[in-house]
Write a protein that binds this ligand. Structure first.
Ligand code: CTP
Length: 448
């Protein structure tokens, strides 16, 4: 008996899929089809898969070509499957030519011609109108946004707005976008906006974008007052639009896995979370000279608060701050202490003090440790009482990681709210509330 194996995502099942399965089956007597899991697709950078794993399996099953359906969940699995199922022929479409030649040592590898003019990507784009995104602000993060957005099917960055018209023109020329002098005209040209302007301008832009019926993805910290966050999320709901805070860590697959492990009892009940992120900044930078909106906590606080708020919830009993200020009164190094009825959190960040940035989540049976850069989570360990008992986990973190939040933003816009739990309005609101407390209590020399 000749055994054949093939793999795919098989999202929005189409004729190309049907034809490849049909031809794969004809190559032998017994066909095994590997269908990818959502996590694996996300980890390998295939974002925006629409159908659930169950639906995709069911669609493969309905063709009647598969004698056996298996799940593909990790890299390296193909080799193991070939051995395990004693496969004679491995086959995939011609879009993969050469990429699986390494399997030739173990079985025959056949690349079948891809069916022309059809793909899941094409169908995703046709199904949902492309989201035209406009960028507000043209700083460092905004520059990272465009190459990442290009990797998410279904979005197209079309326009830029910056009241400093020279910067807008420069950015527009670099990325071949339209720029607008008037915000009204800019809104006319887009369906959603990505806000990466200075912190203090976020509130105004979010409000006006929502009022113009646009979906909003806003860089962290979204706003600096708890009430403002509440007001804006209520406005988004009223306008039936998505408002999303862009803390990239919250949406990356590794951090999701880490949170899931922390919540699954492996380390018992979580009692303490310590998160640290430091980055030595040029003393002349905006971050260290803007007396009103600079400083380490406004810059990095969102990252270090995130795991604490995610683990213990949006309502700490008490938050206290300790900070080392520079001569101009801005915080160079800050610690925020969170107290909950049954847990403690410490969020440490610095722009003028360097430290080992790590995330430590301690529970009644063990702890999770993720070293810097844990905010781009790619690796973490679970430790127990016995120091030799260490479990290691890794997950891919691709590019600058904005692709994950853009992809989740898009799926929310398209009516799929299954990723909404990654950062809820309540959690964003709680972080804005802590920012507000920090600003109220900081050295008056730094202004209010
Ligand atoms: N395939 C094919 N002809 C097409 C599309 C896909 O033969 N027009 C084959 C692929 O080469 C692969 C299998 O179908 O062997 C599963 O592909 P998959 O990646 O799930 O489908 P795509 O339509 O290529 O998906 P996407 O656009 O998301 O990459």
């Amino acid at each position: 008996m000749i055994k054949v194996i093939t793999y795919g995502t098989f999202d929005l099942f189409h004729e190309g899929h049907f034809r490849i399965l049909q031809r794969a089956k004809q190559l032998g007597d017994y066909l095994i089809v590997g269908v990818t899991t959502e996590d694996y697709d996300q980890a390998r950078g295939k974002l925006n898969v629409i159908d659930s794993l169950m639906t995709r399996i069911e669609n493969v099953r309905k063709t009647g070509f598969a004698d056996e359906i298996i799940i593909e969940e990790s890299q390296g699995q193909k080799f193991r499957d070939i051995k395990k199922y004693q496969v004679d022929i491995f086959t995939v479409g011609s879009d993969w030519i050469g990429q699986f030649d390494y399997l030739k040592d173990y079985c025959k590898v056949v690349y079948l011609d891809r069916t022309k003019n059809i793909s899941s990507t094409m169908l995703r784009i046709q199904n949902k109108r492309i989201q035209r995104i406009g960028v507000i602000g043209t700083g460092r993060i905004a520059v990272r946004f465009i190459p990442e957005a290009k990797l998410v099917s279904g979005v197209s960055v079309e326009a830029v707005y910056n009241p400093h018209i020279e910067s807008a023109i420069q950015y527009a020329n670099r990325w071949k976008l339209d720029y607008y002098r008037e915000l009204e005209d800019f809104y006319q040209a887009v369906d959603s906006v990505y806000i990466a302007s200075p912190h203090e301008t976020h509130y105004g832009y979010i409000k006006s974008a929502l009022e113009h019926g646009k979906h909003v993805l806003c860089e962290k910290p979204m706003v600096l007052k708890g009430e403002q966050a509440k007001e804006l999320f209520a406005l988004a709901k009223e306008q039936n639009r998505i408002l999303f805070e862009g803390i990239k860590t919250a949406y990356c697959p590794g951090f999701g896995k880490l949170m899931a492990m922390a919540c699954s009892g492996l380390i018992g009940t979580v009692r303490n979370v310590e998160a640290c992120f430091t980055k030595l900044e040029n003393p002349k930078s905006r971050e260290l000279t803007d007396l009103q909106y600079g400083g380490s906590f406004l810059e990095l606080g969102s990252y270090v608060m995130l795991p604490i708020i995610k683990m213990f919830g949006p309502a700490p009993e008490q938050v206290q701050f300790e900070r080392i200020n520079g001569e101009n009164g801005l915080d160079l190094f800050t610690k925020a202490y969170f107290r909950y009825p049954n847990g403690l959190g410490t969020a440490t960040c610095g722009l003028g003090v360097k430290s080992e940035g790590q995330l430590l989540i301690s529970g009644t049976k063990g702890y999770i440790l993720a070293e810097a850069p844990w905010w781009k989570t790619a690796y973490f360990e679970i430790h127990h009482e016995d120091p030799t008992d260490v479990e290691k986990f890794s997950e891919r973190f691709l590019g600058s990681g904005l692709r994950y939040e853009i992809s989740d933003f898009l799926s929310m816009i398209n009516g799929n709210d299954k990723n909404g739990f990654k950062l809820t309005p309540e959690e964003s609101g709680a972080m804005a509330g802590v920012m507000e407390q920090f600003m109220e209590r900081r050295n008056p020399a730094a202004g209010k």
